[in-house]
Write a protein that binds this ligand. Structure first.
Ligand code: ADP
Length: 610
């Protein structure tokens, strides 16, 4: 069997937690990059701006220092004081350095306290290039990070006279940059908050319909195709939900059709009296109807099991093998349930789409009753032939004897003719009993036995009248007892014939001087007519077959008494045709009691014809 599909639990909103953090990461990343780049650009801008201003300061200072150095009367102290005042006015630190690196004036520090500046990077660069030199570094003199710009001064012979330098601490720029950066960060945080909110809404908007569809699809997978998926979202998702709903509809109607067909098929199989058994290629049972289960004495749990596990009957297993080996349909007759069930089996191989071999189909038809009837018929024909042969042979023998000359011997001829007449009577009796039996059977089968309500006392009186002469002849006392108001639905002439047969037998098989009683009484739901004799009785091993056709306990005695062996069979069929039952109890040497039970179906008394 294929693995059953188990829906995975939807944890909260899986898709949401995949989309939302991604949104957040991208937007936060973009914000951080733009914040970093903005800060960097601002810093570069401010620094470049500062350098530009320091260059202007240097250029101006160079002109003044050039003039100043060109004048031989100028004193260094004057230079220092001018630098000081210029520095104060511009807020820029100004320094004048000689070519050997000695500082001769500085706006922020006394030159004599200052180191040799020859190796300062900006000084070095300015001397090297003959143009602006610049550097950003920590100033040991003032103890802060500063920006430096230096410009060399040459005399007319292009000899280096001095280097002027302008510098400014970058801490104030850094302060401005920090405050700007903080503002940008605040803006970025606000934007991040807004973006988070928007991302959350967007992620929800994207994930929600997909979650709804996932839940819907899982529902469909579990077999609940009745509830539809409803989505408000992008057109594509709505179209997808529509397509899934249509698919569910289609599946639903197909399932319904399949279910209907399966139910119809099951109903047909259930209603069949023939057993139907389908097995697959591996010999496992794939279908079996109740009739088949009954025949094989198995249960629905046998479905899916190997046929060899279920069927113990070697004949049937051999038949299945034969079906599997033969392309053509196979037929046979098999005995099941230890011979109590005769089954006609038909088997054919099953082929699916594209001629694929699927297994085999067996149909089992219970023919037990058919067989029984066939046996009865065969037995009956044999019995009839046998019964007729004796009188016919005798008749033929006597006629031949007469023809051979016995006709002249009048005395013997008369005796022969009397014997022939007796045999003819016997033939007549057998034939009329056979005809009577077949007429009753036909009426019984066609349900055309005419029934009317009548008094049973009338019936007993009539039977006694018919049998009295024979009883008297055999010196048997015939007694009858029946309440005058007892009535029953019956076919009076047939029932009279049946009771006559019983009384006749009772007289035949009783000894002279004994009594035969015909009693009718009412039980709870039946009316019982019973004939009791004190005759020879019947051995118990004969009782079960006593009502069969041509069955006799003592053949010779029956024949001597002119019996046909059909009397009790006629009784049984007459009674059955009227919805009743017959039976017998007997003891050898003590007598027998034959009884007929008729169902009580009485109508109100006023409707009874008197
Ligand atoms: P038959 O024509 O031989 O009497 P029945 O069908 O009437 O045929 O009876 C079948 C057999 O049952 C008889 O041959 C007889 O052996 C036995 N039988 C029937 N009635 C009695 C009875 N009252 N007492 C003893 N045997 C009986």
């Amino acid at each position: 069997m294929a693995d059953t599909y188990r829906p995975r639990m939807l944890s909260g909103s899986r898709l949401f937690w995949q989309v939302f953090p991604a949104f957040l990461l991208i937007t936060t990343g973009a914000l951080l990059i733009s914040h970093w780049y903005g800060s960097y650009a601002l810093k570069t801008f401010y620094y470049n701006n500062m350098v530009k201003r320091l260059e202007i300061n240097c250029t101006l200072l160079r002109q003044w220092v050039e003039t100043h150095l060109a004048d031989p009367n100028t004193e260094i102290s004057h230079l220092q004081s001018t630098i000081n005042s210029l520095g104060d006015e511009t807020g820029v630190r100004l320094t004048v350095i000689l070519p050997d690196g000695k500082v001769i004036a500085d706006s922020d520090e006394k030159p004599e306290h200052m180191d040799n500046h020859f190796n300062r990077a900006e000084i070095h660069e300015a001397i090297e290039t003959g143009d602006f030199g610049q550097s950003f570094r920590f100033s040991n003199t003032i103890g802060t990070e500063s920006a430096y710009v230096a410009l060399p001064i040459y005399d007319e012979e292009k000899n280096l006279r001095a280097v002027v330098r302008a510098s400014r601490t970058v801490s104030e720029i850094d302060g401005t940059l920090d405050s700007l950066r903080n503002k940008i960060l605040l803006g970025a945080l606000l934007a991040a908050g807004l973006i988070t909110l928007v991302s959350w809404v967007m992620a929800r908007k994207i994930s929600r319909p997909i979650e709804i569809m996932t839940v819907g699809a899982l529902r469909f997978a579990e077999g609940d195709l009745s509830r539809k998926i409803h989505i408000d979202g992008a057109n594509e998702l709505e179209n997808l939900a529509d397509a899934m709903n249509r698919m569910a509809n289609e599946l639903n109607s197909r399932f319904e059709t399949i279910l209907k067909q399966r139910n119809e098929q099951a109903a047909v199989l259930d209603a069949m009296i023939e057993g139907v058994l389908a097995i697959n290629e591996e010999g496992r049972i794939i279908n079996m109807n109740p009739a088949c289960m009954k025949m094989l004495d198995t249960a629905p749990s046998a479905m899916g099991k190997a046929i060899y596990e279920i069927i113990r009957n070697s004949e049937l297993i051999a038949f299945v093998d034969r079906v599997n080996r033969t392309e053509m349909p196979v037929k046979d007759e098999i005995l099941l349930n230890e011979g109590s069930l005769s089954v006609q089996t038909s088997g054919v191989q099953l082929y699916g789409v594209g001629g694929k071999h699927l297994g085999a189909l067996l149909v089992l038809h219970d023919i037990t009753e058919l067989k029984r009837l066939e046996n009865i018929r065969r037995e009956f024909v044999a019995n009839v032939s046998h019964e007729l042969r004796t009188p016919i042979t005798s008749i033929k023998g006597f006629i031949e004897t007469l023809l051979d000359g016995a006709l002249e011997d009048h005395e013997n001829a008369k005796r022969f003719l009397e014997i022939t007449l007796r045999h003819t009577d016997r033939l007549n009796a057998i034939i009329s009993d056979i005809l009577c039996l077949s007429r009753i059977e036909r009426d019984e089968e066609n349900n055309t036995v005419e029934m009317q309500e009548g008094h049973l006392a009338d019936l007993t009186t009539s039977v006694v009248q018919i049998c009295q002469a024979k009883a008297d002849k055999r010196e048997i006392k015939l007694q009858s007892l029946c309440a005058p108001d007892l009535r029953v639905r019956m076919n009076a002439p047939l029932l009279e014939q049946a009771v006559c047969n019983l009384v006749d037998n009772a007289i035949n098989y009783s000894d002279p001087g004994t009594e035969v009683a015909l009693h009718v009484h009412k039980n709870k739901e039946t009316i019982r007519i019973q004939v009791v004799d004190h005759g020879c009785g019947i051995p118990s091993d004969h009782l079960s077959r006593l009502f069969d056709r041509f069955y006799r306990v003592d053949r010779a005695r029956s024949r001597d008494l002119g019996g046909t062996g059909l009397g009790l069979s006629i009784v049984k069929h007459i009674v059955q045709a009227q919805g009743g039952r017959v039976g017998v109890t007997s003891k050898v040497g003590e007598g027998s009691t034959f009884w007929i039970d008729l169902p009580v179906h009485l109508e109100p008394a006023e409707n009874i014809p008197q």
